[in-house]
Write a new protein. Structure first.
Length: 256
């Protein structure tokens, strides 16, 4: 149970942060907006309206169950000291206990240095990280999938089994990394930042902490939350971003 203390804290923080969050919306003043509640309510509507995106993502996640074992075996048989060192450097970017304090600190820096865009991006990152992390924790509990470092079976589940051993799906690290980094990538129009959560995804597979489908599911949860919340908040600035798909590809467009 001790291993789940961080998730309990995360859920409590999310609940207490739903009343008022300060967002920088112009160059003159800071105003409080009851945005968190609206963002949470808009999440299922966003996925419903973006059916091609949601169905495509779920299809990829579902299909990835077929390659869970082969990907796991590939990484198990391709270990090296250099790769271990890189994985250790990348790992903190998926750690809730690192990323939440980090983005909170960056938001304070933005506030005290009058960088309103940085402050808002960081607050959006904080909000999406808390929300997506809470969703990931809930799914972990309900699904109860056994981690690959405990079993050779990719289809061993014990729903509602509150143990670290049965908390594989979805990957919390992938969720946190995508949820906290995506707002910065969107606000600053820097797709290169997505390399960070991608590396976290690979790190979880390399260290045999998750199956491929776990990582893809976490990435989907985290990216969707980070993107949607950024979209909602940027509309306060008179900006807009959107996801477009033709059934074969997904394109992220931004208007600045």
């Amino acid at each position: 149970m001790k291993k789940y203390i961080k998730y309990i804290i995360m859920v409590a923080t999310l609940i207490f942060s739903t009343t008022k969050t300060v967002y920088a919306i112009d160059d003159s003043w800071y105003k409080a907006y009851d945005t968190t509640k609206k963002d949470v309510y808009s999440y299922p509507r966003f996925l419903w309206n973006k059916k091609a995106y949601a169905i495509g993502a779920l299809a990829v996640i579902g299909s990835s169950f077929l390659i869970d074992k082969s990907v796991r075996n590939f990484f198990i048989h391709n270990q090296s000291k250099t790769a271990n060192d890189i994985a250790n450097v990348v790992e903190p970017f998926g750690n809730y206990m690192v990323m939440i304090p980090l983005v909170s600190g960056i938001s304070f820096y933005g506030y005290f240095t009058n960088h309103k865009k940085l402050e808002d991006a960081s607050l959006t990152s904080l909000e999406s990280g808390l929300f997506a992390g809470a969703m990931a924790f809930g799914l972990k509990t309900v699904v109860g999938r056994e981690r690959p470092n405990y079993t050779n079976s990719s289809v061993h589940f014990k729903p509602f089994k509150i143990e670290e051993k049965y908390s594989s799906f979805p990957s919390g690290s992938a969720t946190i990394a995508w949820a906290t980094i995506t707002p910065y990538a969107v606000y600053y129009n820097k797709p290169i930042l997505y390399a960070i959560p991608v590396m976290v995804d690979v790190e979880r597979l390399y260290k045999n902490k998750h199956w491929t489908s776990d990582v893809l599911a976490g990435s989907f949860l985290g990216f969707s939350a980070g993107f949607l919340f950024s979209q909602n908040h940027l509309k306060l600035f008179g900006k807009d971003i959107s996801i477009q798909t033709d059934g074969r590809s997904v394109v992220l467009t931004a208007e600045f």
